[in-house]
Design a binder for this molecule. Structure first.
Ligand code: ADP
Ligand code: MG
Length: 391
């Protein structure tokens, strides 16, 4: 299943710098003392910013302009000891482990510049707006015309006339500034194409009171299916910011998605996962997660799949729904039995198996006599049974 890899702002800034986009001087720190030292090194006003995989930091109080060491100490201490709750996080918020201390700039105007994949047009699109800053989501919703779009040619990328048009739309008339803005747009497009991005965004790009054009916040997501060919991105991967279960699953080539309900779903194939979740909802239940064991699953990976699902405390019941094509029903049955023996099932596990080696699978399950295992006739029966058990 396609998903994206995220990086921190400081890592995105490094890629911008490499592409020739000017960014203010900064350092990454993990303690209050180091934040103060970084501030002193910058010499002058600085901004302290939480490094987390979520935006909306400014409004949440996790981007703070500081004039002196006391303010830096206070800001850094606050950010490192409180979870950040913003419009982009859940109510539980996220822990902040790293801070960026960056040189502050005197902003005259804030712009938005981004490159994303346009799925409808099947090519990347560059988007710019003169209304950059912390309100861009509101702008996109209420004033979509304030965002100017320009689609990349599939082979030639951003053409010169397109780049010039975007710069004009942003209102850069001064020659040197227009050139600087063009360089930023080009740099961002280069990064997007070179690193297989799903999103590359600068928000805001600023024009300072003395006419400099600088990127002061950046966000980048990369297509997971392409990270194998970018050593640099692999080095940027930060496992501490990921869902622990999703990582464990990845190690075994399983796809695990955490959700909010109480029914764990072990399925094969993303389409079957969707159908399974639809049926659970139809019968009044809510999925807690789904774990897709894929086509060629081994017994070891399937056991790990159970460990992952059962380690989620929200799970009160499990629905195993396997359509055995390449994945064999007896492999899943063996894994179920091994998992029951190894981990012990304290909650009901409703099992619907169909397809390759299903007869053998049923024999195995029957012989194992595991009381928590509840066989189901078909998918509807399975969904009804598991919903009744957790209700
Ligand atoms: P977020 O998008 O997560 O809220 P930003 O880095 O975009 O975080 O910061 C929010 C706002 O804070 C910016 O729009 C800008 O007005 C201000 N800001 C951020 N960095 C600086 C800086 N280096 N100098 C001056 N102002 C800044
Ligand atoms: Mg921003």
């Amino acid at each position: 299943m396609a998903s994206t890899m995220k990086v921190h702002e400081y890592q995105a800034r490094a890629l911008l710098a490499e592409a020739g986009v000017p960014v203010p001087q900064s350092s990454v720190v993990e303690s209050v003392d180091d934040a103060v030292a970084a501030f002193n090194k910058i010499g002058g006003r600085a901004v302290v910013k939480a490094q987390v995989f979520a935006g909306g930091r400014g409004k949440a109080g996790f981007v703070k302009l500081c004039d002196n060491t006391d303010q830096v100490r206070q800001a850094a201490d606050f950010m490192l000891s409180n979870r950040m709750v913003s419009v982009q996080t859940g109510a539980e918020g996220i822990e902040v482990k790293k801070l960026l201390v960056a040189s502050a700039v005197d902003i005259e105007s804030e712009y938005y510049v981004a490159v994303v994949m346009d799925r409808a047009k099947r090519c990347p699109v560059v988007m710019v707006s003169t209304e950059g800053g912390v309100e861009i989501e509101v702008v996109a919703k209420e004033k979509p015309d304030a965002i100017v779009k320009c689609w990349l040619h599939p082979h030639m990328g951003l053409l010169n006339f397109q780049c010039a048009q975007l710069v004009t739309k942003l209102g850069f008339t001064d020659k040197a500034q227009a050139k600087a803005a063009a360089k930023v747009i080009r740099g961002l497009v280069d990064i997007f194409l070179k690193y297989d991005c799903a999103l590359a965004e600068i928000n805001p790009l600023v024009r300072t009171t003395d006419g400099e054009v600088l990127a002061i916040d950046a966000k980048m997501n990369f297509d997971d299916n392409a990270t194998f060919r970018h050593k640099k991105l692999q080095e940027m991967f930060d496992p501490t910011e990921e869902n622990a279960n999703e990582l464990r699953a990845k190690e075994f080539d399983l796809s695990y998605i955490a959700l909010d309900g109480s029914i764990g779903c072990l399925v094969n194939g993303a389409g079957l996962a969707m159908a399974t979740m639809d049926l659970i909802k139809l019968h009044g239940g809510e999925p807690a997660n789904f774990l897709d064991v894929g086509g060629s699953v081994t017994t070891e990976a399937a056991i790990e799949a159970f460990r992952i699902i059962l380690s989620d405390e929200k799970v009160n019941g499990v629905l195993v729904n396997i359509f055995g094509g390449i994945a064999k029903c007896d492999t899943i049955a063996e894994a179920l039995i091994a998992a029951a023996q190894e981990i012990g099932f304290k909650i009901p596990v409703v099992v619907r198996l169909e397809g390759t080696n299903v007869e053998r699978a049923r024999e195995l399950l029957e012989a194992a006599k595991i009381p928590q295992l509840i066989p189901a006739e078909d998918l509807t029966d399975a969904a009804k049974k598991v919903c009744a058990k957790v209700a």
